[in-house]
Design a protein around this ligand. Structure first.
Ligand code: BTN
Length: 262
């Protein structure tokens, strides 16, 4: 259904005032009805922004996922948000940020939905074995400094997923608070984790990981590794015992799929 045909529905609209009044941290906050992608918008605004910047939209026409995929973003049924944060370091630690983000968002969704949220390495969030949230972290290098953009897409009451994802995607279902309050909670928690990087979130990441003991195949660059997941290391890497090997290997980037045969 198109964005315009839905624009008079009675769903609980995102409200900038409600987000800001429920946020403890000071973050420049922009709420849009529609945009191509909140990550792309954050990138366009990066040079002119000093403070942390939060972009939230009711709808994305070109929501982006990892590995060049699309992120289905219909109007009013999800949360599509990007937090832009200026970093002093020349390069950010990508795995740590995605790991911290997964824990911050999982804990917040769990509080708002009352349902258990698991993490599939590296940063997909699952409920009842289906994906309910994806995270896309990107870096921006500019003359005015370097930034990270943390993009989060959550299906709250999305139904009728496109054919290619209908068997693997799901929604959280009704929340005990408004979407605006959940945005504020996630944003506060993310900033807390980024600004106090003591890595204590790793323990929670391990507890939420849904891949332990599973047979998987991992694609990292050109290589594909088949093996069994042993756990998560202290930096958020996936520890894998490749088939036919006696020593484990650690994967720091890429994609993992659960193998169908045991
Ligand atoms: C994935 O599952 O591959 C990551 C999906 C990330 C989607 C979010 S929605 C808000 C932000 N804007 C985007 O275009 N993508 C991220």
């Amino acid at each position: 259904m198109s964005f315009n045909r839905l624009s008079h529905t009675s769903y609980d609209k995102l409200s900038r005032d409600e987000i800001v009044s429920n946020m403890r941290s000071r973050v420049e906050t922009v709420v849009l009805n529609t945009i191509d992608s909140t990550n792309s918008e954050a990138k366009r605004r990066a040079a002119a922004t000093i403070a942390p910047l939060l972009i939230v939209a009711e709808h994305q026409s070109e929501g982006r996922g990892r590995m060049g995929r699309n992120f289905y973003s219909p109007e009013g049924t999800g949360i599509y948000m990007s937090l832009l944060y200026k970093t002093k370091e020349p390069l950010c630690d990508a795995v740590s940020i995605t790991t911290a983000t997964s824990v911050a968002v999982a804990r917040s969704i769990e509080e708002a939905s009352g349902k258990e949220v698991g993490i599939k390495w590296v940063n997909d969030l699952y409920m009842d074995e289906k994906k309910i949230c994806g995270i896309l972290c990107e870096s921006v290098f500019g003359e005015s400094g370097n930034s990270i953009i943390i993009g989060i897409g959550i299906n709250i009451e999305t139904v009728n997923f496109p054919d290619e994802i209908k068997d693997i995607a799901a929604s959280t279902g009704k929340l005990s608070c408004s979407r605006s309050r959940l945005v504020a909670l996630i944003s506060d928690r993310l900033l807390e984790f980024i600004e106090k990087p003591d890595k204590s979130y790793i323990e929670e990441y391990r507890k939420r990981s849904i891949l332990d003991g599973k047979r998987v195949f991992a694609t990292s660059g050109e290589s594909v590794i088949h093996g069994k997941v042993l756990g998560i290391d202290d930096d958020g890497g996936l520890i894998l015992l490749p088939d036919g090997k006696t020593a484990p290997t650690v994967i720091r980037s890429g994609e993992v799929s659960v193998a169908l045969r045991p």
